[in-house]
Design a protein around this ligand. Structure first.
Ligand SMILES: O=C(O)CCC(=O)C(=O)O
Length: 246
């Protein structure tokens, strides 16, 4: 895995083919099923987001998959954490996210840096993104801006995309080369917290489900004042948009 460190440091992301074996993939899909069946219905709209609150099938995103015990265990052991540690050294595992774009859900993910949300000092973290379906240009795989992790935290503003309260202000095309990363289940994409990334909508008839594992560097501290400012802005935005708990 150390093979990926040099390209990760240069580009701010890496595509690791075949990291997850059949048992790992089974753990993820079964864990997700259990989460959706047993845990998601009891969570509020800040953690589990639906395109249409009246329609449970429209679940688009969740940030608390680690509440499901097998996914909680998975984030602490095994290949995904090892990969994260091979890239940034000792880590503190954080939340586990679900990103769902059902067939024909043609809603792009706005360009952003995860580090804008994380408020870390130093801003060092990785997200390991594990697709559960084949992902490509047609169903909205991730697109990274090569080398953008070296630009620091960039300005963001409120976005209207469910699950992504903030989107990048500068045009990503002005920041560097965009790299689209098709992948299949078993592969993972991993990006630095400051790497600008986005995804297209799902224009296909296929599903596009993915699980994101977030790891902070064990040396990073959360800037609580920055978090409080961000949360206050977020609350105001949510109230303006009439988002409520389910
Ligand atoms: O899956 C997506 O559309 C977005 C994923 C993402 O932004 C992330 O993993 O940080």
């Amino acid at each position: 895995m150390s093979d990926y460190r040099a390209s990760f440091e240069k580009d701010g992301f890496a595509v690791v083919r075949g990291l997850l074996n059949a048992e790992d993939r089974w753990t993820l899909t079964e864990g997700l099923e259990r989460f959706l069946r047993d845990i998601a219905p009891g969570q509020d709209g800040g953690h589990v987001m639906y395109e249409d609150l009246a329609d449970r099938e429209s679940l688009k995103q969740a940030d608390c998959l680690h509440l499901e015990p097998s996914l909680d265990e998975f984030r602490h052991r095994g290949p995904i954490r090892k990969l994260a540690e091979s890239l940034i050294g000792p880590v503190a595992p954080q939340h586990v996210e679900y990103f769902n774009k059902p067939p024909h859900n043609n809603r792009p993910t706005p360009p952003h840096q995860d580090g804008y949300y994380f408020c870390l000092v130093p801003n060092i973290a990785v997200t390991v993104w594990a697709p559960l379906d084949r992902v490509d240009e047609d169903n909205g795989t991730l697109c990274y801006v090569r080398g953008s992790h070296r630009l620091g935290v960039l300005p963001h503003r409120a976005s209207s995309t469910l699950g992504f309260s903030q989107g990048l202000v500068p045009d990503p095309a002005t920041l560097g080369e965009p790299v689209l990363c098709p992948a299949v289940p078993g592969d993972v994409l991993v990006h630095h917290s400051l790497t600008v990334h986005s995804a297209g909508g799902n224009k296909s008839q296929r599903h596009r489900r993915s699980i994101g594992f977030v790891f902070y560097s064990a040396h990073a501290k959360v800037d609580q004042e920055a978090v409080a400012r961000y949360q206050a802005a977020l609350k105001a935005q949510r109230e303006t948009k009439g988002i409520r708990s389910n």
